[in-house]
Design a protein around this ligand. Structure first.
Ligand code: FAD
Ligand code: GLY
Length: 416
């Protein structure tokens, strides 16, 4: 069964996010809240309820800040519901050393958040540290991989030769030449994680509102004033644009040019039958042509294609065939597994491969946090921490993230 972006049924573990329960700010059609009214004020408004917006809400709320998050659709309905949920700090290849370092910090921070979230809400993120295996067919493939790779510093890995692979991963192709084993790598259920961030933020006082359409940013010569929506107006001191691929359009409203382009990814899920002893992988396989991720909900997820410029959510038969072919080479037992579903999502990429995270200097009070491309789930925790630090007065220089500043694009036409 092929499913569209918003309907990937991840089987959230624990209690799910329930808008009826958590709607704390009811803006009616008639309400036209002015910034002089105390009730409509939020210190900080986050636009976008994907993993990034929800992680920021979580971090701000845990520091006692007043937060309102507005989402045009549902929490975790964009790219965050399509992700594989890998926290691949050692396995992804980061073009910039800052991102490699951030990825490691964020993976560990997510494990800490898991404890906090579970104590607060009882929700389970499906977050596990099962380790990743990057296998090679031959010595030649291994050499090419080493030559190509940018990320080397801080990577924790062991080399497994053929006999070690055969001993430790019974379910992996017996012809495997050797593999890197990265024991600290982790993965989570991305929708569970995003919803758990939202729920925890609410339990710490954040307000979260879904179905808020037509958000218009209100800025004047003094900076951010608030937002206007189809359901009313709310004034605030800070706005954080965490709208993923649609961040670019929101920035256009205020004359900012921070481009983000789509890179579609297709994935599929299979389920192993109980009698397939030794066939089901118990760790993620992060190969060069495919990844195979055993999930806490019992499924095994296989991904992903990478189609620049594509925004549609269709899944082609050719992609399914290619992914299944590559996956069943590495894990032959997949040929016997049940096909469950396939889906597609759109990664938000940027021209230089770095997300826009930080203060938009031309408009006081405006911050961006989008463009996380392949690693938004992984980088969610550190993004939340960085944004919260900045709202508390730390500069990008102090935090060490000048390279991510939205001002690097420096192509703004002011429209105040
Ligand atoms: P989104 O999840 O897209 O959220 C943005 C939200 O903003 C949406 O809910 C949207 O409705 C809302 N919004 C937009 N405009 C407005 C508006 N005007 N008003 C109000 N709300 C608005 N990352 C990893 O770390 N690990 C992985 O294993 C991984 N695998 C992936 C596999 C695939 C196939 C894909 C497609 C992506 C994968 N990613 C992975 C990348 C990850 O999914 C993204 O980087 C991440 O989800 C981006 O999160 P976000 O919150 O910025 O965007
Ligand atoms: N990070 C995995 C992907 O984007 O496909």
């Amino acid at each position: 069964m092929v499913q569209s972006k918003a309907s990937q049924p991840e089987e959230v573990i624990g209690s799910s996010y329930d808008q009826n329960k958590f709607e704390l700010l009811a803006l009616s059609e008639n309400s036209n809240l002015s910034k002089t009214q105390e009730t409509c004020h939020a210190e900080t408004i986050i636009v976008g309820g994907g993993v990034i917006g929800c992680a920021i809400a979580f971090e701000l709320a845990s520091r006692g800040r007043e937060v309102l998050l507005v989402e045009q659709s549902e929490i975790a309905s964009g790219a965050s519901c399509a992700a594989a949920g890998m926290l691949a700090a050692d396995s992804e290849d980061f073009a910039h050393p800052l991102m490699a370092k951030a990825a490691h910090e964020s993976r560990e921070l997510l494990h800490k958040h898991k404890e906090q979230i579970s104590a607060l809400t009882g929700m389970d993120l499906g977050l596990r540290r099962n380790g990743f295996i990057t296998p090679f067919r031959s010595y030649g493939d291994l050499s090419k991989y080493k030559d190509r790779r940018n990320t080397t510093s801080g990577v924790q890995q062991l080399w497994w030769d053929r006999s070690t692979v055969q001993r430790k991963a019974l379910w992996l192709n017996r012809d495997t030449y050797g593999a890197y084993y990265r024991s600290l790598e982790s993965e989570a259920l991305p929708v569970s994680l995003t919803r758990a961030y939202a729920r925890s933020a609410e339990m710490m006082g954040a307000r979260i509102l879904e179905g808020v359409q037509d958000v218009r940013l209100i800025v004047d010569k003094h900076g951010v004033q608030g937002i206007m929506t189809a359901r009313g107006e709310v004034c605030c001191r800070h706005i954080i644009i965490a709208a993923g691929l649609q961040g670019e359009q929101l920035m256009h409203q205020v004359g900012g040019t921070l481009p983000s382009s789509p890179v579609k990814g297709e994935m599929l899920a299979v389920r192993f039958l109980t009698d397939q002893a030794g066939g089901r992988p118990d760790r993620t396989v992060y190969a060069e042509d495919v990844y195979i991720v055993p999930k806490a909900n019992g499924e095994v997820w296989i991904g992903a294609t990478s189609l620049p410029g594509r925004k549609d959510h269709s899944v082609s038969a050719n992609s399914v065939q290619r992914l299944l072919g590559a996956a069943s080479y590495w894990v032959p037992g997949i040929k016997e597994a049940d096909f469950v579903r396939a889906w597609a999502g759109i990664r938000p990429s940027t021209p230089d491969g770095l997300p826009y995270i930080g203060k938009y200097e031309q408009i006081p009070g405006l911050y961006t946090a989008y463009g996380h491309f392949r690693n938004g789930i992984l980088l969610s925790a550190i993004t939340g921490r960085w944004i919260a630090d900045m709202l508390e007065g730390k500069s990008a220089e102090e935090i060490g993230i000048e390279a991510l500043s939205p001002d690097r694009m420096n192509r703004r036409e002011v429209m105040l």
